[in-house]
Design a protein around this ligand. Structure first.
Ligand code: URA
Length: 234
């Protein structure tokens, strides 16, 4: 059981003082009921907070999926474009969600964010080999030779050890899907360039066991659970 003001604080609604004031000024509903005493205790399981007509289910740790549009940087301190963080509501930013790895500014698609340091570490750790699926559109047509090269391994400039795709499939004349288990800088673009082609656009469709849902529009986000990414294992 936790006091309402503490619950709000944990969910990113502001400082402890601000959370207490939000409750006292009658701005918070708990499971559809107005509560104006910040010290009332609640069981956090299945708890839904409502603030300014928006529902906020309680999550001890936040894990969200964002459909990243082009033109956003994954850095928290972006240099030339807005950060993906600007696409998120304040409570998620305040509670400290961070991108799990990075997508280039012009790459679109699935970006997972979390405020759970353990999950973040686990999902980006190179030894975990979390698979990620990308769809690339190339300048020149996708040949069988190119698919073979991607599967057997290509050497990139910064490392003599070849990197290979776990899967490379032709989707149409100019499009292919690639599953990678590493996360090197510009990896897909550099692998495609190493095959004498050029990546014209790149979209990530899955991360671990989680696939970007078709209904999640660019620039929008949704709550997910760690097991969605881990494939059932918590
Ligand atoms: N590989 C790239 O080249 N860019 C990305 O954004 C992700 C993987």
């Amino acid at each position: 059981m936790e006091a309402l003001a503490d619950i709000l604080f944990s969910q990113g609604f502001g400082t402890r003082y601000e959370c207490k004031s939000l409750v006292e000024s009658g701005q918070i509903l708990v499971n559809n009921q107005l509560i104006d005493d910040p010290y009332v205790l609640f069981d956090t399981s299945d708890l839904v907070l409502t603030y300014r007509n928006e529902n906020w289910p309680y999550y001890e740790k936040a894990v969200i999926a964002l459909n990243k549009p082009q033109g956003y940087e994954c850095s928290l301190k972006p240099s030339a474009h807005p950060s993906v963080m600007t696409l998120l509501p304040t409570p998620l930013r305040v509670r400290g969600v961070q991108p799990v790895g990075r997508l280039d500014v012009d790459t679109t698609g699935l970006l997972i964010l979390t405020d759970d340091g353990h999950l973040l570490h686990r999902w980006i750790h190179p030894k975990r080999h979390v698979p990620k699926t990308y769809v690339a559109t190339c300048r020149y047509s996708v040949s069988e030779d190119m698919l073979d090269m991607l599967m057997t391994g290509v050497v990139l400039a910064d490392d003599p050890r070849p990197v290979k795709a776990q899967q490379a499939k032709k989707l149409s004349d100019y499009r292919l899907s690639l599953v990678l288990t590493q996360g090197k800088y510009h990896q897909v673009k550099r692998m495609i360039a190493a095959c004498h082609n050029r990546c014209e656009s790149l979209h990530r469709t899955s991360f671990g066991a989680y696939t970007l849902p078709n209904e999640l529009q660019p620039g929008h986000w949704m709550w997910i659970r760690p097991e969605d990414v881990n494939g059932g294992a918590v």
